[in-house]
Design a protein around this ligand. Sequence first.
Ligand code: PLP
Length: 417
Amino acid sequence: MTVPVFGQIDPPQRLLMGPGPVNVHPRVLRAMSADMLGQFDPEMTTYMNETMQLYREVFMTRNRWTFLIDGTARAGIEAALVSLLQPGMTVLIVRAGRFGLLLSEIAERIGADIRTIDLEWGEVASLDTIEAAFREHKPRVFACIHGDTSTTTAQPLEGLGDLCRKYDVLSYVDATATLGGMPVDVDGCGLDIVTAGLQKCMGGPPGSSPVTISDRAAEHIFSRRHVEKGIRGADAEDGYGTRISSNYFDLAMVMDYWSERRLNHHTEATTMLYGARECGRIMLEEGLKNRFNRHRAAGAAMTAGLRALGLEVYGHDAYRMTNVTGVWIPGGVNGEAVRRRMREDFEIEIGTAFGPLAGRIWRIGAMGYNAMKHKVLLTLGALESVLAAEGYATPRGAGVDAALVVWNQVLPEALKD
Ligand SMILES: *Cc1c(COP(=O)(O)O)cnc(C)c1O
């Protein structure tokens, strides 16, 4: 049997208005089509250093250790946790959605002593709740999700750093879904390790995970560097010192690779580096404030449009992410049939949901290159038509009109302050 010569890759022109991945900025695609360089070519190491500089701005930090982990966002999560945690070390994890559960699943594989703040999906943990849990569990590490796309909710991060320092806790935050769309103020909030991905608000493809690491977290990670397997470090009593159990995700080795010493580890994923660098450049050209406002306008317009169609938006207004909106599927409407018609008739993808929200909400994103007025309006117009076809009568035209009013007001007003 001979293998058929399949067609060239030529994907349909879908508009990806789900919770990610999203359409990639054309400039990023162009950057990614450039040819390879040798790993230690001065041009390549210059690009690496420039990428570190760009992502310091993106993460709003002065952290020296700001670089890329090769792999999807989950690679960043795993690298952070496996480099911070070791068997028996106490970690406190906020679980209020799918990705909080992922953190504890990874910590469990590491053999950490897991304590949790378990909340209803879509709730957030207050500083008081976190402090009470610090007193009770005495963790070494605290881990949470910033924006959890499974619930469209953003955990407030303000004040976390001071609290963690007071209790001598290192913090880890997964900001995959918010970086580039909502402020991820690493230094302002005093966060120790923050990781992300490109395929949400950064407007890039999946496959690279930007990370930033505070000096004190780096010190902890480096303290695990030269310890022979099975031999505990000098201050093992405090839970420091065993060797990081992953080679690929050993952040001490990855930092050595990104340092001036350029100690060989993996081969930096050259194409992803080009893409990540371009995502960073685009973000800084636009300006952080403009970019956050653009996402805010898109989210506000989407929300207003959905409400004008008579739909109920999921979650607390005070904690909803600006860049992905959950909406309850109205009674009697087949959620999957709507998603299929959106795709087949309009080439628009909207998201389904997981866990307790599966089959109950759609998730509609407007992230990165897709946080644009016409894309929000097209999505609302298409949804209105599809809902009507599925037997749900909407006030025709109301969604687009409401979104248009909000966009034309919210953005100009937001840009003023
Ligand atoms: C989308 C998302 C991820 C995705 O990880 P990948 O490995 O890139 O699929 C992780 N965390 C959060 C909070 C996300 O929203």
